[in-house]
Structure formats: C-alpha cells, structure tokens
Design a protein around this ligand. Structure first.
Ligand code: A2P
Length: 278
C-alpha cells in the first residue's frame, strides 16, 4: 500500500483543539482597572488550588486575526469548585484585556487544557504559618488557596497579605473580612486561622506601606502578634505573587531570614510566581 492510498483510506483525524470553549457565568467590575469573572468548568478540567492556566478569546476572523490571544491567569477558585473564577486588570491597549474587560455573561472564552504552577501547597514544606503575599491582581491565587481546606489542615495560621496603591483596589475585602466566615467548607477554619492583612501605599488607610518595608521595620510581625520581629525558617512558609520588583525584593528578604525557595520538584520554604500583566 502506498502512502497515497493510505491517506485516501484513512482521512486525517480532526485536530483536537488545545483549548476548551467555556461560557462566562458572571462579571464583576471593581474599578476602572480591575474586574473579576467566572466561567463554566469542563468536567475533564483538573487543577490544584493556586495554579494558573491560559485564558483567551477566539480570533476574530472577520478582522483578519489568525490566532486567538491568550494569557496566563491564576485560577481564583479552589480545586473542587464548580466554576472557575479569575481576577484581572484592564489594560486600555492590552491585546487581551482591552477586549476581555467587555465580556458579559453568556459570552465564550478559551480555557487552556494544562493548568500548572508553583503556588501550591505541595511546593512548600510543612510549617506553622503560611504567608500569602500578593500585590494587585497577585491576590488571585490566594482566593484559591485560602478557600481550600488543605491550607487550614496544614497550617495553624494562613495570612493573606494584599498590597495595593489605592484603597479601592482592595478587591475581595468583603470576602476576606466576612464572607469567607460563612463558607460551608472553610468558614470555621477561616474564623480561627485566617488573617487578612491589607496594606495601601499611595493613600491614607488603616495600614500603609510596602510589604518589604513592613517586614524590614518589623511592623508585619508586631501587627500579627508574632514575637522575634522576623521570619522563622523553621515554622514560616510563604508564597509571593505580583510584580517582578515586589517578588525580587520580598524574596531577597525571605532569603536573608534563612528561608529557601522551593518548587514542585523540590518543596521549600517559599515559592514565587509573577502575576499576569497586559
Ligand atoms: P508603591 O505604590 O510604593 O509602588 P503595582 O500596581 O505597581 O503593581 O503595585 C502594587 C503594590 O505593590 C503597590 O502598593 C506598590 O507600592 C507595591 N510595590 C511595588 N514595587 C514593590 C517592591 N519592589 N517591593 C514591595 N512592594 C512593591
């Protein structure tokens, strides 16, 4: 049989799409720079709390677009959730977010098939306290991790630290200050073990300053009632998500306190991931 007859006898299988096409369930606009949305979850989609996945919009062929635009987004839902929630910035001329910010319930978005990432409980060693430091939309993975009962069974205290420029950017403040206490799965644990630690850098607020300054001055530790004024490599674990500059500077401080960076392959004292931009 020649190659030609083989091709004729067995038509090439349809190429499987690398993305799921999912339906938008809701959209919430926090400010003119921030919004959240949720999409349906395909039955075959599995992920670990804290992972990210590619999200995008189909190419508009009528405009001559040949490829869809996709970007990495942390999944804000815990691993067992029925819907998938995302927290996004709006970049006026951003290739994806300029369009994505206009989505409405019922629209369709692309969802990658391979969630991955290092901001997962399995990538940090056991400890007593888990510090989750996020700036801007770098809060997104903590929406997932802090709603997962595993966080509370592995750590005595879970500290969600959110650093933003302006008070109005403290999205999910209601979730962390009250709503999570009524969560049927983690409500009781959150009441006893979760600490929400917001800080604002460019406006008056009950707490001000960058994470780095709050760590260096010792204020972070005194605010939390922790003795010693520094991280304890034996008991403290951390995850960082946000801008490169924040990650670099905060990671350097953690290392100066004796904490070692980990990964999925080799769990450590802290893990990092850059937040999506653009
Ligand atoms: P600041 O207002 O002092 O720059 P952005 O919107 O630029 O991503 O910043 C989000 C938050 O992260 C802001 O509060 C910002 O503080 C803070 N930030 C920016 N760079 C750093 C850094 N290198 N270390 C700690 N915090 C930072």
């Amino acid at each position: 049989m020649t190659a030609e007859t083989a091709t004729a006898a067995a038509p090439a299988p349809a190429k499987e799409s690398p993305h799921h096409l999912e339906t938008v369930l809701w959209v919430k606009h926090w400010t003119d720079r921030l919004f959240s949305f949720a999409i349906t979850r395909p039955a075959s989609f599995r992920f670990r709390s804290g992972e990210f996945v590619m999200i995008g919009l189909p190419a508009r062929e009528e405009l001559g677009e040949k490829k869809p635009i996709l970007r990495a987004y942390s999944i804000g839902s815990p691993s067992f959730a029925e819907e998938l929630e995302f927290f996004s910035i709006k970049v006026p001329d951003g290739p994806l977010t300029s369009r994505l910010q206009q989505i409405k319930a019922g629209d369709q978005v692309l969802l990658g098939k391979k969630p991955t990432g290092t901001l997962v409980l399995d990538a940090v060693k056991p400890g007593k306290r888990l510090f989750l430091f996020g700036t801007g939309t770098g809060l997104a993975p903590w929406l997932s991790v802090a709603r997962d009962p595993d966080a509370y069974s592995r750590f005595e205290k879970v500290i969600v630290a959110h650093g933003v420029r302006e008070v109005q950017e403290l999205a999910y403040r209601d979730l962390f200050t009250s709503e999570i206490h009524d969560d049927p799965l983690v409500g009781d644990e959150a009441k006893a073990q979760l600490v929400y630690y917001p800080t604002v850098t460019r406006e008056a607020f009950e707490r001000q300053g960058r994470f780095t300054d709050l760590i260096t001055s010792g204020k972070l530790f005194s605010d939390l009632g922790l003795e010693g004024g520094k991280f304890d490599p034996e008991h403290d674990r951390a995850m960082l998500c946000g801008s490169m500059a924040m990650i670099k500077d905060t990671a350097a401080l953690l290392e100066a306190h004796g904490l070692v960076e980990g990964s999925n392959a080799e769990p450590g004292d802290f893990v990092i991931e850059r937040a999506f931009v653009g």
